[in-house]
Ligand binder design. Structure first.
Ligand code: COA
Length: 330
């Protein structure tokens, strides 16, 4: 058995913040941001939350798939920016959409998280442990960004995307995933729970001898080099396992971090950039949400036809990276 994507959905915050607006609160400018990243604006939450965007994207995906919430037997949410530590975003989504029969849990593999959740879903379906799975990527990264750090604040945005994965006869699609924890220091966001700061054993409530910084911190150039080196290799590894060539792929749906990264990956694979759709100009880097948001835009925009061959690829903190092959089947 394998899962096929039956439907897609996305949900973006209403509030769009363009580069000019950012330039009013930090030392940056529209030209610099566009040249270095391709980003023009991003959506940032005001009333929305990771849970509300997840539930809204999930409902749209269910409608698109023509599946009732009660038929969903698993909800997987990839996020690093849950509303709450407990309960999981997946359980909160279950309650909101009325998917009473679902098993629910969250996955954290940063910007590779949607692929990790998709592969987990595929494995459950392959093992006969689930039939209809909601896979959601959702982030409120604006809560993890230091709005005085121009090196990171300009890059990120908020949003959610979802797909419904349904069991069908057939072989498990090929996917590859990698991690390198030794290089984790180049992209971090510390937790308030690190060590035992607030317990009696750790020096008393709130004691924080280490200068806790709750924001995303990044060595941008190292992350850039990692992405443009590892992602093309990983896609080549994937295609070799599938017995396909890059020329046979209709669309490369990559994590939307930076237009220069996507362009460099296309160049290294010697493929035309027109087969690497991008929407990061509008939304910035939405981490786990970027691939399903882009898939939904392609799906609803009529750019996906039955039989099309797609490669999805993600990369991010961990370090983590991966790619999945799929044929569009609806
Ligand atoms: N506006 C204006 N100037 C800025 C700026 C901003 N928002 N951010 C940095 N600068 C300045 C720097 O201070 C530096 O100035 P200096 O030369 O006077 O020291 C100069 O611009 C160049 O900075 P640098 O960090 O070398 O730029 P860069 O070309 O590496 O681009 C990134 C920075 C972050 C856009 C780029 O490294 C990148 O995209 N990395 C990948 C990040 C990523 O995608 N992370 C998520 C992965 S999931």
């Amino acid at each position: 058995m394998r899962g096929i994507i039956k439907g897609t959905g996305a949900c973006l915050p209403k509030r769009a913040v363009d580069n000019h607006e950012l330039a009013r609160i930090m030392d940056t400018n529209d030209e610099w941001i566009r040249e270095r990243t391709g980003i023009v604006r991003r959506r940032l939450i005001s009333e929305e939350t990771t849970v509300s965007m997840s539930a809204c994207a999930a409902e749209r995906a269910l409608e698109n798939a023509g599946i009732e919430p009660g038929a969903i037997d698993m909800i997987l949410v990839s996020t690093v920016s849950s509303n709450a530590v407990l309960p999981s975003t997946a359980c909160a989504v279950q309650e909101r959409i009325g998917a009473a029969n679902a098993v629910c849990f969250d996955v954290n593999a940063a910007c590779t998280g949607f692929l990790a959740a998709l592969n987990t879903g595929q494995a459950y379906i392959h093992a006969g442990m689930a039939r209809n799975i909601l896979i959601i990527g959702a982030e409120s990264l604006s809560n993890l960004v230091n709005w005085t750090d121009r090196g990171t604040a300009i890059l990120f945005g908020d949003g959610a995307g979802a797909v419904v994965l349904t069991a069908e006869e057939g072989e498990l699609p090929v996917a590859v995933m990698h991690s390198d924890g030794a290089k984790g220091g180049v992209l971090t966001c510390r937790s308030p729970f690190e060590g035992s700061r607030s317990s009696p054993a750790g020096g008393g409530a709130g004691a924080d001898p280490s200068g806790y910084e709750p924001f995303i911190q990044m060595n941008g150039q190292e992350v850039f080099k990692f992405a443009v080196r590892q992602v093309p290799r990983c896609i080549e590894e994937l295609l070799e396992k599938c017995g396909r060539t890059p020329e046979e792929i209709d669309l490369f749906v990559l994590h939307q971090a930076n237009a220069r990264i996507v362009e460099a990956i296309a160049r290294r694979l010697k493929q035309d950039i027109s087969r690497f759709p991008m929407n990061l100009m509008e939304y910035g880097n939405t981490s786990s949400a970027s691939i399903p948001i882009l898939l939904d835009e392609l799906n609803r925009g009529g750019r996906l036809r039955k039989g099309m061959k797609l490669v999805l690829a993600g990369f991010g903190a961990g370090l983590t990276w991966g790619a999945a092959y799929l044929e569009w089947e609806v």
